[in-house]
Design a protein around this ligand. Structure first.
Ligand SMILES: NC(=O)c1ccc[n+]([C@@H]2O[C@H](COP(=O)([O-])OP(=O)(O)OC[C@H]3O[C@@H](n4cnc5c(N)ncnc54)[C@H](O)[C@@H]3O)[C@@H](O)[C@H]2O)c1
Length: 425
């Protein structure tokens, strides 16, 4: 199958592109490297040293003999995207190419606007490009479990059967997103559902949980293929952050009571879920929604697991409860269905002691690259403007003792408006 991976230089996209290539698919990566620019903007870097995409692809080819094509450009640039679709002629497009951090979208107005324009316009462009040039192509779009929020009822997979005033219907499950980023995903979902209905496109909307881990069989083949491992307060995800905090001897920063419960999955399951979705395409006019996670945990439980794993390795690990910078329920009911991908063959890698050990070993291996000041949350949902730079340089200890948020001038956004460039291998 010919599969285009939009956002293939990022965390989920890189692992997915290599996995699909290894499975024998013909893969193209489409990316404008804006994620690497956000690292510069935020003065942060991934724990693991990642190579430029051209190096990564060269090493992949020399190790496996397999070629991954690359298209350099912005999915918000319609001419570029349409030309790429016409040129590569994919059977499936996997769309990861979005701004995916909730805190980033909550920094200030500029970042909120950027996030929604980047995500909503990019997805709209893709829908139009598919309609015009590749109407039978299957769109596999990454959404998030955060679209649903935390309702006091079970969360279904995309749709809910409702009886109201004696009449019945199956309707989209209500969405209660918790950030401008999560809102952008809800807008995407509506646009996708609408275009399946009016144009007969075929789409699978994967509401993914929080991903942890960094190694897949493919990225572990050579250090040049290593994946991102984000740990800063803006792009780091919770379990990755806790493992690094344990490794550097910093207390684990639990926001509020820590009863926030979410769906989680191993990155090895992310790549397999994408393959399952591609192998089982939606029908024409169908917009399927799968909840893509394997286990649910509350933040407090994850912290306890990391403390226990750290102690086993001889590390002394403490937990600090910080004032929650987000506006969210800190203790709540949560029960989200997630059986559809399992019915299609997903065999989950559940979070185990050995996985925690290996995450912590990676954190220990690269701990000299850790900037501890990036652990403290600096974006407060309650403020319309957050200046992260004022907190930079403070030691994490000092910051943890006195959480505070400052207003100030917004950082200017670096926007990658790029020419379309195509390269092979
Ligand atoms: N990482 C998670 O835990 C998680 C959880 C749920 C959902 N998701 C979703 O999965 C997708 C991928 O997440 P990730 O963690 O790999 O993110 P990431 O930031 O590591 O990767 C995104 C990639 O897309 C590229 N990109 C962004 N905007 C682009 C544009 N306009 N044109 C071209 N390329 C662009 C970036 O350069 C980057 O390489 C996102 O849509 C995210 O919302 C991720």
């Amino acid at each position: 199958m010919k599969i285009a991976v939009l956002g293939g230089d990022g965390y989920c996209g890189w692992a997915t592109a290599l996995y699909l290539s290894n499975q024998g698919h013909s893969v193209a990566i489409v990316d404008n490297f804006v994620r690497r620019q956000w690292d510069h903007e935020l003065n942060a870097q991934t724990l693991t040293p990642i190579r430029p995409l051209s190096d990564r692809l060269r090493v992949w080819q020399s190790l496996t003999g397999k070629t991954i094509e690359s298209f350099y450009g912005d999915v918000c640039d319609y001419e570029f995207l349409a030309a790429t679709i016409c040129d590569f002629e994919p059977d499936a497009v996997v769309h990861f190419a979005e701004q995916r951090s909730a805190p980033y979208s909550m920094i200030d107005r500029n970042h909120a606007v950027f996030t929604q324009v980047n995500n909503v316009v990019g997805t709209l462009n893709l829908l139009f490009a598919l309609r015009e040039h590749r109407p039978d192509c299957h769109l596999v779009k990454l959404g998030t479990m955060g679209e649903y929020g935390t309702p006091n009822i079970d969360i279904e997979e995309g749709y809910i059967a409702i009886e109201h005033n004696g009449r019945k219907d199956v309707l989209p499950f209500p969405k209660q997103p918790g950030s401008f980023y999560h809102l952008s995903k809800v807008h995407d979902s509506h646009n996708i559902m609408f275009t399946c209905k009016i144009w007969g496109l075929r789409a699978t909307d994967l509401n993914q949980g929080v991903v942890y881990g960094t190694m897949t069989d493919e990225t572990a083949m050579d250090e040049a293929l290593i994946n991102r491992f984000d740990y800063d307060d803006v792009f780091g995800t919770v379990l990755n952050r806790f493992c690094i905090q344990a490794a550097i001897g910093q207390p684990l920063t639990v926001y509020g009571k820590g009863g926030q419960t979410r769906g989680f999955l191993d990155i090895r399951d992310t790549v397999r879920c994408i393959e399952i979705a591609c192998d089982n395409p939606a029908g024409r006019g169908e917009c399927r929604v799968y909840n893509q996670f394997t286990e649910q945990f509350c933040v407090r439980d994850l912290a306890d697991m990391v403390v226990a794993a750290g102690r086993k390795m001889g590390l002394s690990v403490d937990i600090d409860h910080l004032q929650d910078p987000r506006v969210e329920a800190e203790d709540h009911y949560y029960n989200a269905k997630h059986s559809k991908l399992i019915e299609l063959g997903l065999q989950p890698h559940y979070l185990s002691d050995s996985l925690l050990d290996s995450l912590m070993n990676i954190a220990i291996k690269y701990k000299d690259r850790v900037d501890a000041s990036l652990m403290f949350p600096q974006v407060n949902w309650r403020e319309p403007r957050n200046d992260r730079r004022l907190q930079m340089g403070k030691t994490a200890r000092t910051s943890l003792a006195a959480p505070r948020f400052e207003n100030g001038a917004a950082e200017s956004l670096v926007r990658a408006r790029t020419k379309s460039v195509r390269s092979k291998g």
